[in-house]
Design a binder for this molecule. Structure first.
Ligand SMILES: O=C(O)CCC(=O)C(=O)O
Ligand SMILES: [Fe+2]
Length: 325
């Protein structure tokens, strides 16, 4: 390469299958069974809008991702261009820090392969009830002592540039997450509240209260702390109300989030009000299936599960997604 010529950064989105050999992949339908959620777990998700305590990563995986994360928190200008969103500090509170980035899977091999983790893929298939693609990943990291909040929100309020709503979020801890270091909180049952407006992500924790009814406010008091050991995950519905408080502890609270969508999800960008927020996102055309290399197909039920496909406990996606938006 000539001097001063910009270095070409390789985009890992060019690989639509694992590259780092991090996870043993099931070789046949029977090998998927070990990762399967039970009927009771699927029912809990239906009723409450989330489930928690699912192991995705072992300690080596967590260490590897935390090493890569260090690199991702000080990227070059070229590497930054691969991200759909990158804020070293998104917190609106001047005394706090919240690192938030979307697109790590395009930059380092560990985060690339994470989206093919078999435990993640099996559970996501069951909770979406259909074959699915990667929508995108996200990093949410709060340093010790002055980690900022993630205000109460519903994920789908930020995703109306896609349709229909048939998405799922998986939150994976890269540190043990407790109330002290700013773990996620859920409001069980809030996935049946319908779609609420955006009220901000990194400013006033409680801003969403301005758009809630009295009845919803009362349900809010039933919020639960989603405490999890590192490497473990929770999954939540796109309308689930969730948020996380500040980190005043002497431990960081790092997390990676995987967002999936049904395999036939379409672009809905034509009249999207926040189009400027999408300038670094992959191209998404109105009414076109989001099937470019940036949205890899992560799981095809019939192909992976063969005759097991009808025995796997799955949500009723019509009831859970279409009926609630
Ligand atoms: O990690 C956090 O505190 C926020 C995560 C979040 O908003 C999500 O998983 O959708
Ligand atoms: Fe969220």
């Amino acid at each position: 390469m000539k001097k001063n010529e910009p270095e070409t950064i390789f985009d890992l989105a060019n690989f639509n299958s694992p590259i780092a050999g991090m996870f043993d992949q099931p070789a046949n339908a029977a090998e998927w069974e070990q990762y399967m959620l039970t009927e009771a777990q699927v029912r809990f998700f239906h009723e409450n809008g989330y489930i928690s305590g699912i192991k995705i990563l072992n300690e080596h995986h967590v260490d590897r991702l935390n090493e890569e994360l260090l690199k991702l928190q000080s990227v070059t200008a070229e590497e930054k261009q691969l991200f759909y969103h990158y804020e070293s500090n998104e917190s609106e509170d001047r005394d706090k820090v919240l690192f938030h980035a979307i697109g790590a899977w395009r930059v380092t091999p560990g985060f690339h392969d994470l989206v093919w983790s078999p435990a993640y893929r099996m559970a996501t298939y069951q909770l979406l009830g259909t074959s699915f693609r990667l929508f995108h990943d996200q990093l949410f990291c709060k340093p010790s002592k002055h980690g900022g909040v993630v205000a109460w929100h519903q994920d789908f309020s930020y995703w109306t540039f896609t349709k229909p709503m048939h998405h799922l979020t998986c939150w994976i801890g890269l540190d043990d997450a407790t109330a002290e270091n700013g773990c996620l909180y859920y409001v069980p049952g809030s996935h049946k509240w319908g779609l609420l407006p955006i009220t901000g992500l990194a400013g006033d924790m409680e801003a969403v209260r301005h758009v809630l009814t009295e009845e919803q406010m009362a349900v809010f008091d039933g919020k639960v702390a989603n405490e999890l050991p590192k490497g473990y995950a929770s999954f939540h519905h796109p309308l689930m109300m969730h948020g996380s408080y500040a980190n005043y502890s002497d431990r960081p609270r790092r997390a990676v989030v995987l967002n999936a969508m049904a395999d036939q999800t379409l672009g809905n960008t034509a009249n999207y009000e926040r189009i400027a927020a999408l300038h670094s996102f992959p191209k998404m055309e109105q009414d076109q299936v989001l099937d470019s290399k940036f949205f890899p197909l992560l799981f095809e039920g019939d192909r992976e599960l063969e005759s097991l496909v009808s025995k796997v406990p799955k949500v009723n996606s019509r009831d859970l997604y279409e009926a609630n938006v």
